[in-house]
Design a protein around this ligand. Structure first.
Ligand code: URA
Length: 284
């Protein structure tokens, strides 16, 4: 008889494996093997039976009509909202926000982005909204979704260490993401989802009004600068970012999740963070 503690540890390990692989949403209580379903022969067509003209006691009972299909997941207005219309709606709503609190409340009620219906929490921002530097990632992961704050998991711990290395922390920096809801299974947000969320993050940047924006990784850099170049080409580069009343600077660098996978590249990120420190000190 297996030790119950071992059996429990095995179960937890299997669940962790699935979560890591992106399988973190239960769609049904029973597992389905879609591979064997796909291989199974097509069911033979049912013989047609002409409807009895008159019900008689001997009539073969007619099968009850098939039950209606189960309701499909709906995504509120997103189910019908065209992505362009949703992006236009987002622009109008984001413009109306006069403060970060208002913007967060507007986002909390924004129903056109389907991601909000699969996410547990809105992940709006963390840190000091008066900070001179604002870090931007792509989208929350599982830890951020659970806690409701950006960069809380392993990437966040590394980001905290990188900030600490140049004398920053969450009291002297502000942190947000381009997309404020976790895409299911950590998939990449679609271009339509990014387009819907972009007016909000642009307004968030305007309201924070930072002297320096640091884009972590290619998606944030590409969304905010319009470049198509990959991050290994753009990292270390300062771009100009137009705020309503002035121009500010935007530095592209490597995403901490990438650095966790490729620790040797930390030396490049270290170079970027030193350039960031110099820029904040007015030396670059
Ligand atoms: N990766 C991101 O881009 N953002 C987070 O908040 C966490 C991980």
């Amino acid at each position: 008889m297996p030790d119950p503690a071992d059996a429990q540890a095995d179960l937890i390990a299997i669940l962790d494996f699935h979560t890591e692989a992106g399988v973190d949403v239960a769609l049904d209580e029973k597992p389905h093997d879609r591979f064997t379903e796909a291989d199974a022969p097509e069911p033979a067509p049912r013989p047609r039976r002409s409807a009895p003209r008159q019900a008689t006691p001997q009539a073969i009972p007619v099968a009850p009509p098939p039950s209606p299909p189960p309701p499909r997941a709906t995504y509120g207005r997103a189910a019908s909202a065209e992505p362009e219309a949703a992006a236009g709606d987002a622009r109008a709503q984001a413009r109306a926000a006069a403060s970060l609190q208002e913007l967060e409340a507007i986002l909390a009620g924004f129903e056109s982005c389907p991601l909000r219906f699969t996410a547990k929490n809105l992940v709006f921002g963390d840190g000091n909204p008066q900070a001179r530097v604002m870090f931007l990632g792509e989208a929350p992961g599982a830890d951020e979704d659970r806690i409701g704050k950006p960069f809380m998991g392993r990437s966040g711990q590394l980001l905290d260490k990188m900030m600490a290395a140049i004398g920053l922390d969450r009291t002297s920096a502000y942190i947000a993401n381009v997309v404020p809801w976790r895409p299911p299974g950590n998939r990449n947000p679609t271009p339509q989802e990014v387009a819907m969320c972009r007016p909000f993050v642009e307004r968030q940047i305007e309201l924070v009004d930072p002297d320096l924006i640091v884009c972590l990784g290619a998606p944030a850099t590409q969304t905010l600068t319009g470049t198509k170049d990959g991050i290994l080409k753009t990292r270390g580069r300062f771009f100009t970012y137009a705020l309503p009343s002035r121009e500010t600077r935007l530095l592209a660098t490597l995403h901490p999740a990438f650095l966790l996978r490729q620790p040797l590249q930390k030396r490049l990120a270290w170079r970027d963070f030193r350039a960031l420190r110099a820029a904040l000190d007015g030396k670059a």
